[in-house]
Design a protein around this ligand. Structure first.
Ligand code: HEM
Length: 339
């Protein structure tokens, strides 16, 4: 490795470890789970209340998705601020951008699987976003839902994405990503330090091990201290449930809410698509030779603007969480909900 590699370069390995946890706990859950509207909720209830260590495994998987989204966001920001997407690492970055979308896809499809009120209504709202896409919106909505409404086909569709297509794609892109990281080596500090390359063992391995212990320790703590909730079984006819997406989609959801009628397409399609295209093209848009943030100011300012927009909107969403949702999660935390 180049001299000067340190703590910030441990995040990639943390993501890999957390993903192994997701694969193992997801496999265990799939052995008990049944993807049909009649059986899904009951099977998750069975896992949570009857199966040995079921609640813990479910907690690891549910919290794992949040922790992974958080660490992937950190890893992306660190690569962005370090300018590590520059030549010769453009394709390493591109593979990362695809992985980012896959990780969000995992969370979106997994959220529906417990088939409780929260899962159902969040998916109704989330999939409705597809309908705002110009020209093909309705067809897209019907494709994602497997019909006009969220129902049995939505569940089987989301399940097959969640356990087949997304894991296979993630594996392929992750292997490509890791191969490229090995091929081009880590970029090192923004201003290269003088000196010979340093070995991975023992200093970097030690840092990696500390970060892994803290990350995995935090995940285990969250799974035990805040077991995942299971609300009442999904009721497609009830209209009194106010939907809430997961925290990492909350920013987008808030943005959608503040749009005047007829402008939803801006929040639902135009802004996310522009950010994604910006990320894809970043290595070619930023032509500065130096990786130093001071030498690529407009890129850094644009990045900070996007991070602030997402951060502030997410904060707004968290602060405005209706009391009934806070009450539901407190009950779940205290383990008081009736099976
Ligand atoms: C499954 C998710 C991912 C895994 C397992 C992963 C793994 C890794 C590892 C092990 C490294 C080397 C150590 C480090 O820099 O932390 C790395 C570097 C890198 N990653 Fe990722 N990564 C993932 C997602 C992403 C995403 C979402 C992006 C960007 C959108 C990205 C872009 C990069 C780039 C450009 C490098 C090279 C950094 C440098 O040379 O300094 N990765 N990744």
């Amino acid at each position: 490795m180049p001299p000067g590699v340190g703590w910030w370069q441990t995040l990639g390995n943390l993501i890999m470890t957390l993903l192994i946890f997701q694969f193992v706990t997801g496999f265990a859950l799939a052995m008990y789970y049944s993807p049909s509207p009649e059986a899904a909720h009951a099977s998750v209830r069975h896992i949570t209340y009857d199966v040995t260590l079921g609640s813990f495994i479910r907690g690891l998987h549910a919290w794992g998705s949040s922790v992974i989204v958080f660490v992937v966001a950190l890893h992306t920001m660190r690569v962005f601020f370090w300018g590590s997407y520059k030549k010769p690492r453009e394709v390493t970055w591109l593979a990362g951008v695809v992985i980012f979308q896959i990780v969000l896809g995992f969370s979106f499809t997994g959220y529906l699987l417990p088939w409780d009120q929260r899962a159902y209504w969040a998916t109704v709202v989330g999939t409705r976003i597809a309908a705002t896409v110009p020209l093909i919106g309705h067809q897209l909505l019907v494709f994602i839902r497997g019909g006009e409404e969220v129902g049995a086909l939505t569940l089987t569709r989301f399940f097959s994405f969640h356990v087949m297509l997304l894991p296979a794609s993630l594996m392929a892109f992750m292997l490509a990503h890791l191969f490229l990281v090995r091929k081009h080596h880590i970029a090192g500090p923004v201003e290269p330090q003088k000196g010979p390359p340093v070995p991975f063992y023992p200093n970097q391995l030690f840092k990696d091990a500390i970060v892994l212990l803290v990350g995995v320790g935090l995940l285990i703590y969250l799974a035990i201290a805040f077991p995942p909730a299971l609300e009442a079984v999904a009721n497609p006819t009830g209209t009194d449930f106010s939907p809430r997406p997961e925290w990492y989609f909350l920013g987008l959801y808030e943005l959608l809410k503040i749009m005047p009628p007829g402008w939803e397409v801006v929040a639902a399609v135009i802004i996310p698509t522009t950010v994604t295209i910006g990320m894809i093209l970043l290595p070619w848009l930023d032509r500065s030779r130096s990786r130093h943030p001071a030498k690529r100011q407009w890129v850094i300012f644009s990045g900070i603007a996007v991070i602030l927009l997402i951060g502030l909107m997410t904060l707004k969403g968290i602060l405005e969480t209706p009391p009934e949702h806070k009450a539901a999660s407190t009950e779940a935390v205290a383990g008081k909900q009736t099976p």
